[in-house]
Design a protein around this ligand. Structure first.
Ligand code: NDP
Ligand code: 8X3
Length: 252
């Protein structure tokens, strides 16, 4: 039986790089995201190499998530690996300046969306059993606080704890769960966070060497293809040129 990976947020960044990495290894792909035209061009390109099923999906909509899972063609089930990657940061300003709507959007996407997809696919992953994998995209922001991270970092702390708690419940099913927590990585993430501000993008990624989406896709592929008895609980990955800062102190 062929291996099937279900990727949320396949239209950009890590998700897109994962589509290429898993296709390279011959996996069948279920690619989802909101931008239909990007899904179609992925299908056109990767569909020449491996079976590809695409579905436009907003992970915040639990009914739509259920419908996409129920409509999976027979050749794309059961799912071997779920990559819960769709997510975003908004509003890099301090909390006291952020619009409430931006906080809601992050929670709805990074927390509720991830939970929606996980819930809908647990039966399929359970059917696969031994060797099935859930990879949840956390972040260094889920572990390490910094100014302007507010709800984004908190949503990724949820991802970490939810991943660990899932492991407890899934013990005995053969399903692995990993929280992959990247640091500074170059993608559209920073354009989304800064409302399309190219200067902010150039400043963040300029004069240093951030991770590239392919670096993270390689780690995710590794996690999902380890021997079935091996579970990496959390994998935090930073570029070599990134580290921590000292505590901040308010002085007179
Ligand atoms: P990108 O902005 O490049 O990609 C984000 C993806 O998420 C897009 O494919 C987008 O697709 C999708 N997405 C966003 N909102 C929704 C939604 N409501 N429903 C469905 N899909 C959605 O960012 P990255 O690849 O960098 O980020 C991927 C994940 O990794 C995120 O969870 C992010 O928080 C996390 N991360 C990113 C880091 C970074 O520095 N880049 C570091 C650590 C973690 P579409 O718009 O088509 O729906
Ligand atoms: C994205 C990485 O450092 O911008 O999750 O929070 S960071």
């Amino acid at each position: 039986m062929s291996q099937v990976v279900f990727i949320t947020g396949a239209t950009s960044g890590f998700g897109r790089a994962c589509a290429y990495r898993f296709a390279q290894a011959g996996w069948s792909l279920v690619l989802t995201g909101r931008r239909q035209e990007r899904l179609e061009s992925l299908k056109e390109e990767l569909g020449r190499r491996v079976p590809v099923h695409i579905a436009a999906l907003d992970v915040r909509d639990s009914e739509a998530v259920k419908a996409v899972v129920e409509a999976l063609p027979a050749d794309f089930r059961p799912i071997t690996a779920l990559i819960n990657n769709a997510g975003l940061a908004l509003a890099p300003e301090p909390s006291q300046q952020v619009a409430l709507e931006d906080w809601h959007t992050m929670i709805d996407t990074n927390v509720t969306g991830l939970v929606n997809v996980t819930h809908a696919l647990l039966p399929s992953l359970t059917e696969t059993g031994e060797g099935a994998t859930i990879v949840n995209l956390g972040s260094v922001a889920g572990q390490w606080p910094y100014p302007g991270s507010h709800v984004y970092g908190a949503s990724k702390a949820f991802v970490q704890q939810f991943s660990y708690n899932l492991r407890c419940d899934l013990l005995g099913t053969g399903i692995r769960v990993t929280d992959v927590a990247p640091g500074l990585s170059e993608s559209e993430f920073t354009l989304v966070r800064n409302r399309g501000d190219q200067a902010a993008y150039d400043k963040l990624y300029g004069d240093t060497t951030p991770l590239q989406p392919e670096d993270i896709a390689e780690q995710i592929f590794h996690v999902a293809t380890l021997p079935a008895h091996v579970n990496i609980n959390r994998l935090e990955v930073m570029p070599t040129r990134q580290a921590w800062s000292p505590f901040a102190v308010d002085r007179d």
